[in-house]
Design a protein around this ligand. Structure first.
Ligand SMILES: Cc1cc2nc3c(=O)[nH]c(=O)nc-3n(C[C@H](O)[C@H](O)[C@H](O)COP(=O)(O)OP(=O)(O)OC[C@H]3O[C@@H](n4cnc5c(N)ncnc54)[C@H](O)[C@@H]3O)c2cc1C
Length: 360
């Protein structure tokens, strides 16, 4: 019987959220010999596609994920370069990820498949992975966490010595336990998806980032051939009316993105449009005496930095080692993890700010 069905049974660590940060953290915790419960929900819209840039290759290798990204065609496709005009006032420039033979490409990942594969790896390491939404977590007088969740049909209870908040931007646990949400800029992404088209094109592995009168546009094709287009703007711009009748956002895309959209969709409306928070934000503090936040729940990056997914994977793994050190009595391990995360985030925030200034 699974632990969470056994009244009184206790895990060393309960990880809340089964995205890249939570699944990686649970996998490493279990591999380090800690009794780990991973709680994840599938009842909310999940991220659809992310680009993992070539700079993430070292982390991918260290986490043993290269085989997954290169052998599972439905999970990831190579991303060989980027057309962009964000850094130049006029002509778009092409950054090839493979200009030298030793260069490595990046990847366009299908997030549902990647997250599922990462949870499978966590389960294979020995983590108990369970579908469920955290309802609340209360610290008992004994110092043990009392975690209540539900899986849509039934409510269950688990106990754990330590909690990991890997719930993404909501920071479901950190904020409930006093962390302050620091939002550095209120930006959103209005993202549209078109179903897979059978025709392949030589540009399929190339992403586009294009400046606009307000914000910027992004387009990429997913491993299964679906098209993903997003308009990134300041949150207050959402109130503006659509640019034209039948248009899914209030601004027309730039020529590069429009050409992609036209070629794929040929005038058809998107299958789905969603709006997601997409600015730089973090929770402070990122760790307490018996909990820690990882991935976006600790520090969320503007997608223009291309750092979010790699940070989620790496922070999940580093936090797991810090937790093991904490259990072994090294009290500086969690504060050191939180300080390193905050420093990385401050650095990225400066670069992102400079980039947006240059766009104005
Ligand atoms: C529009 C957009 C485009 C992006 N593009 C890129 C990109 O191209 N490249 C890149 O590197 N990054 C990109 N990012 C950032 C990247 O998607 C995130 O950094 C990454 O998903 C963070 O992973 P995570 O595991 O921390 O959180 P998430 O992926 O958000 O996972 C959190 C999980 O926790 C679950 N959860 C939440 N609350 C609860 C609860 N109460 N109980 C149980 N489970 C819960 C959620 O359902 C989810 O499964 C983009 C972000 C946005 C918004």
């Amino acid at each position: 019987m699974a632990r969470s069905n056994c009244p009184g049974a206790m895990a060393d660590v309960c990880v809340i959220g089964g995205g890249p940060a939570g699944a990686t953290c649970a996998r490493v915790l279990a591999a380090l010999g800690l009794d780990t419960l991973l709680l994840y929900r599938l009842d909310r819209p999940q991220p659809v596609a992310d680009i993992l840039p070539p700079e993430a290759a070292a982390a991918v290798d260290k986490l043993g994920l290269r085989r997954l990204l290169e052998k599972d065609e439905r999970c990831a496709a190579p991303c060989t370069g980027l057309w962009s005009n964000l850094n130049a006032a006029s002509a778009p420039t092409f950054r090839s990820f493979r200009s030298r033979p030793e260069d490595r490409n990046g990847w366009i990942v299908d997030r549902a498949r990647l997250d599922g594969a990462l949870r499978d790896l966590a389960a294979a390491s020995g983590a108990d992975c369970r579908i469920g939404r955290l309802r609340r977590a209360v610290r008992e007088r004994s110092g043990v966490w009392h975690v209540t969740g539900d899986d849509g049909g039934s409510v269950w209870i688990a106990r754990a010595r330590f909690l990991v908040d890997a719930s993404g931007r909501p920071g479901a646990l950190a904020r409930h336990h006093g962390a302050r949400h620091v939002c550095l800029d209120k930006r959103v992404a209005v993202a549209a998806y078109w179903p897979p088209a059978p025709e392949r094109h030589r540009d399929d592995g190339v992403a586009v980032i294009e400046r606009a009168a307000r914000g910027w546009w992004y387009a990429a094709r997913l491993p299964d051939g679906a098209l993903h287009v997003a308009h990134h703007v300041a949150a207050q711009e959402r109130a503006r009316p659509p640019a034209a009748r039948g248009c899914w956002t209030h601004e027309k895309p730039g020529p590069m993105v429009e050409a992609r959209q036209q070629r794929h969709a040929n005038g058809r409306a998107p299958e789905r449009v969603v709006c997601r928070a997409a600015g730089m934000a973090r929770n402070e503090p990122m760790a307490g005496r018996d909990w820690v936040a990882v991935g976006d729940a600790a520090a969320a990056f503007d997608p223009v930095s291309g750092q979010g997914l790699a940070n989620a994977l790496v922070s999940g793994a580093i936090a797991a080692r810090a937790i093991a050190d904490h259990f072994a009595g090294r009290i500086a391990a969690l504060p050191a993890f939180a300080e390193a995360m905050a420093a990385t985030h401050r650095h990225a925030a400066m670069h992102t700010h400079d980039l947006y200034c240059s766009l104005q």
